[in-house]
Design a protein around this ligand. Structure first.
Ligand code: 2AM
Length: 180
């Protein structure tokens, strides 16, 4: 598919928070635990779309633009390790309902547009380390960062000079009223 792009919807982390997370991570894990995700690549995926044609991308952007959803505060107070995909992640012990609703909407729009969606339940997370297939001593707690989510974005995943980079292509606001 020469005209297709590898896309996903996600929540970006504010730049200052990206820096706080990577500084904390440098002390919280050992180099052999896994490959750290670059600060600018830290994000929370809402819906992975895979390789998408230009036409389908336009349709998905139109649908995303019609979403009317409230913003929310996200507390990053959970950590875990999935050895099989080799992922160490940061998450939320109590994911806000608005986050789950937004992801559900984007995933069902993606599925109806023909983008394969994993049958596994959606588990909101921010990947911190990859290639973490061996046992990892996961710290008992995070600093409990909180941030306010007022938009979501569409990203393109590209390989540049052998490294994965995520380029934001578009973003849509979330209603700032009724933040939890
Ligand atoms: P992960 O961080 O748990 O690997 C871009 O690849 C983003 O989409 C990543 O956050 C990744 O989640 C997520 N994603 C979900 N399903 C994917 C898939 N089948 N292939 C690649 N990435 C996927």
């Amino acid at each position: 598919m020469s005209n297709s792009r590898r896309l996903f919807f996600a929540l970006p982390l504010p730049a200052a928070l990206q820096q706080q997370v990577i500084h904390w991570r440098a002390n919280a894990f050992q180099p052999e635990d896994g490959r750290p995700v670059a600060a600018a690549n830290l994000h929370l995926t809402l819906a992975f779309l895979g390789d998408v044609s230009t036409q389908k991308e336009l349709a998905l952007k139109t649908l995303a633009g019609r979403i009317r959803q409230t913003g929310f505060n996200l507390c990053l107070d959970d950590l875990g390790h999935w050895p099989r995909p080799g992922v160490v992640w940061l998450g939320s012990k109590r994911a806000p309902r608005a986050l789950l609703q937004l992801a559900e909407l984007l995933r069902s729009q993606a599925a109806r547009s023909g983008c394969y969606q994993s049958p596994l339940p959606f588990y909101p997370h921010i990947t911190l380390l990859r290639a973490a297939t061996k046992p990892v001593a996961v710290p008992p707690a995070t600093p409990g960062w909180r941030f306010s989510v007022d938009h979501f974005s569409l990203y393109q995943s590209v390989i540049e000079h052998g490294r994965t980079r995520y380029h934001p292509l578009a973003q849509w606001p979330l209603n700032t009223q009724d933040t939890q």
